[in-house]
Design a protein around this ligand. Structure first.
Ligand code: ADP
Length: 729
């Protein structure tokens, strides 16, 4: 071992091995089959890299991701170890060169993609080489019960067998007991030595929040965590783009990432995140594989993930440096239903499998049991939640939950498993307990059991939760062989003999979280202002607007428009930046009229003790002109408006909409060059006079006023822009 540690220092520069690395390496060196389960970031690669360096011959490493393969090969070459890869992206010449090097015994590690491994000519070549052992990375891909099943993985063992009697090391960062068994069976290594590290990540804080007013919650969270590095996961590419845009509009440094972008854009966004040019990456799950950024401070799941394995992997990217890592998931049951719908066309077994994974997901979200206990239980680890309770490192441990004495309920749940001979799953057990008279129950004569109907008073979701909690406390366990079936445990038998007091907790009630309680009915600032502004402040602002109008000799609407006043009375902007963020007000207007409004709002906030930190301002991206720069440039260059519209494929109406957004947010647009061409000066100044003296700048009223003249509403809108640009901005 002395020798090996010397090598560790010499090649990698590390002083000591981590966790199970040392016994794992020894095991492989002794030629034994080895199964390694280690959380992401714990250092799995070292487990096969070191024996590859030490054993004579070439180690074959099977790895599913070509990009990661290249990374690893580069890293090994950088420390002077000859590693190569073999995959489908290579040319014939490259492959021939590689084969020569391997056959000459020059290569220590050969990374192979599973689909290349199954090719006849590659098998022939590997047969001739001196292979030291086979490593199977991401071994959970073997199992259909995992979250990343790859059929080619199922052929690996038969191919390795063709290469001789090689020791195998299988590695994964995610394996439920079921998946673990599947891997060992498929690789015919049931008697392999298993090295399983704890999956507990003590520094991660887990929380599930109802997916309600989600944008508001998101902005509030982002404000509280401004400047920190984070990942926000969404399910669809569309959502990724929308949320990244939404965050940008609201002043946060965020970029989107999904597989649909050009590689250039993807790489740039990823690199900018890694190099801290941007704080937040909004991504589909395509992002993160192989990303080793140590200081990710939060991982948010905007949508419910498809499985707890996936969830655990993704949250695992937070706090790799052992410091703060917040993992927040937004949950609504309708997200689960949506995901079920996506699975509709899948083959039956796959569909059932996905459904079981989703059920686990929703149970996790709705349960009030310690999150850590649940997650670790899922990966087959028993966890005493005292530590989490003391430190409050999950929402269920941090906040007081309603508990009740569960002794009698637990007894019923265990009895139900026992009396039905340990052959049924959650749904059926609950039906038996509740005394449902369905066909299934009749055919098994379960309506004759003493336990039948013992829990008829409580509803289905109550009993589902009881059975789940009975599982979490290990009184009953999952049957690994038969998915979905629940069995008795030693602990369960003991409990039946001598029942003791046990505290259970009520599930969270997510029933009022609506299917589409997201952006679609999220009021924009202006809308919400319309519904719920502060009427007292609004009246004060209105009075101020009138006062200023008199001072400047302008109509009140030229100072600020009413919807903007309403928004101010909702969001309480107390700084120039915040005021400029209000729809219809830009920096231009703030400079011109902002001071007295700000003074008024600041005084009001102070007098009335309003905590503006609690007031979450949301700007919807719709209110900003997407083409602001283009339009301003064209107008500066005095380009005909018809031409400006045509280049973009807009109607004049659409161009006017965009120009109004720009102008009403306080930017001057000088349209004189255009207006000169379309009307005579006298008429123009008549209309300007009209706007100066009118009560409102409503276009219909202006049209009525000039009904006898030859003027269109488009012309009037242009003049209104001129008016606002000259007097209001
Ligand atoms: P995994 O594959 O388990 O996610 P990696 O193999 O990528 O993890 O290793 C994670 C990081 O830990 C890498 O940066 C690696 O260089 C580092 N590492 C591995 N073993 C050691 C060790 N014994 N001492 C210090 N750092 C190590």
């Amino acid at each position: 071992m002395q020798e090996i540690r010397k090598k560790l220092k010499e090649v990698f520069g590390y002083d000591s091995f981590r966790g199970n690395q040392e016994p794992v390496i020894q095991n492989i060196l002794a030629g034994r089959n080895t199964f390694v389960i280690m959380p992401t970031g714990a250092g799995k690669s070292m487990c096969y890299q070191m024996p590859a360096i030490l054993r004579p011959g070439t180690a074959v490493v099977i790895s599913p991701l070509i990009a990661l393969m290249k990374n690893q090969v580069d890293q090994m070459n950088a420390v002077g170890i000859n590693a190569r890869f073999l995959n489908s992206t290579m040319s014939r010449t490259e492959i021939n060169k590689l084969k020569k090097a391997v056959l000459a015994g020059d290569v220590k590690l050969l990374y192979v993609a599973p689909e290349s491994l199954t090719k006849e000519e590659n098998i022939e070549f590997l047969k001739q080489a001196n292979i030291s052992f086979a490593a199977i990375d991401e071994a959970h891909c073997i199992s259909e019960w995992g979250h990343d099943f790859r059929p080619e993985y199922r052929r690996i063992k038969s191919i390795i067998d063709m290469l001789g009697d090689l020791p195998i090391i299988a590695l994964t960062a995610t394996a439920t007991p079921k998946v673990q068994l599947d891997i060992q069976r498929n690789l015919q290594m049931e008697s392999a030595d298993v090295f399983k590290s704890s999956f507990n990540r003590e520094n991660l804080y887990y929380e599930v929040r109802p997916k309600k007013s989600i944008k508001k919650q998101l902005i509030k969270f982002m404000r509280e965590n401004k400047g920190k590095s984070g990942i926000i996961y969404c399910l669809s590419r569309k959502k990724v783009e929308e949320i990244a845009n939404f965050l940008q509009v609201n002043g946060f440094s965020a970029r989107p990432y999904h597989a649909g972008f050009d590689p250039d854009v993807r790489i740039k966004n990823q690199d900018d995140f890694l190099n801290e040019e941007v704080d937040v990456i909004v991504a589909t799950i395509a992002f993160g594989m192989g990303i080793d950024k140590p200081d990710v401070r939060f991982v948010i799941h905007y949508d419910v993930p498809k499985s707890l394995e996936g969830y655990y992997q993704e949250t695992g990217r937070a706090g790799r440096d052992g410091l703060e890592g917040q993992c927040i998931m937004f949950y609504s049951y309708s997200d689960i239903l949506k995901l079920e719908k996506f699975n509709k066309d899948k083959p039956v077994t796959e569909k059932e499998n996905s459904k079981i994974l989703l059920d686990e997901m929703s149970f996790y979200a709705e349960s009030t049991v310690c999150r850590r206990k649940q997650l670790l239980h899922y990966f087959g680890e028993e966890y005493d939640d005292t530590a989490c309770k003391e430190t409050g490192m999950c929402d269920n441990c941090r906040y007081q939950r309603e508990t009740f004495e569960g002794k009698d309920f637990v007894k019923i749940a265990i009895e139900a498993v026992k009396q039905t001979d340990e052959r049924f799953g959650l749904g059926h057990l609950v039906s038996v307990i509740r005394g449902s008279h369905n066909q299934y129950i009749k055919s098994y004569k379960h309506d004759k059991l003493p336990i039948f109907g013992a829990g008829a008073k409580e509803d289905e979701s109550f009993w589902k939760s009881i059975v789940r909690q009975t599982m979490l406390y290990e009184f009953i366990t999952k049957d690994i062989e038969n998915i979905g079936v629940l069995k008795m445990s030693e602990k369960g038998y003991k409990f039946l003999k001598n029942p003791t007091s046990i505290k259970l907790s009520k599930d969270h009630d997510f029933s009022d979280v609506d299917a589409d309680d997201d952006e679609s009915n999220e009021p924009s600032a202006a809308q919400s202002a319309g519904q719920s502004f502060d009427p007292v402040l609004f009246d004060l602002l209105k009075a101020e607007q009138r006062k200023m109008a008199k001072q400047h000799n302008l109509p009140p609407y030229a100072i600020v428009q009413e919807p903007s006043l309403q928004e101010m009375a909702t969001t309480y902007p107390t700084t120039k930046e915040a005021l400029a963020n209000v729809n219809g007000i830009g920096m231009g207007k703030v400079q011109k009229f902002g001071d007295s409004f700000l003074k008024l709002i600041n005084k009001y906030v102070e007098d009335n003790d309003i905590d503006i930190e609690d007031v979450v301002v949301i700007k919807s991206s719709g209110a900003k002109s997407k083409n602001k720069i283009y339009i301003i440039q064209q107008i500066d260059r005095k380009i005909d408006l018809e031409e400006v519209a045509e280049v973009k494929g807009w109607s004049m109406e659409e161009l006017l909409d965009e120009m109004e957004i720009i102008c009403f947010s306080g930017t001057k647009l000088n349209l004189d060059y255009y207006l000169e061409q379309i009307m005579d000066d006298d008429f123009l100044s008549d209309i300007m006079d009209y706007f100066m003296n009118a009560e409102s700048d409503d276009i219909q009223l202006a049209l009525d006023e000039f009904a006898d003249e030859d003027i269109t509403s488009e012309d009037l809108r242009l003049i209104r822009i001129k008016f606002h640009s000259e007097h209001a901005n």
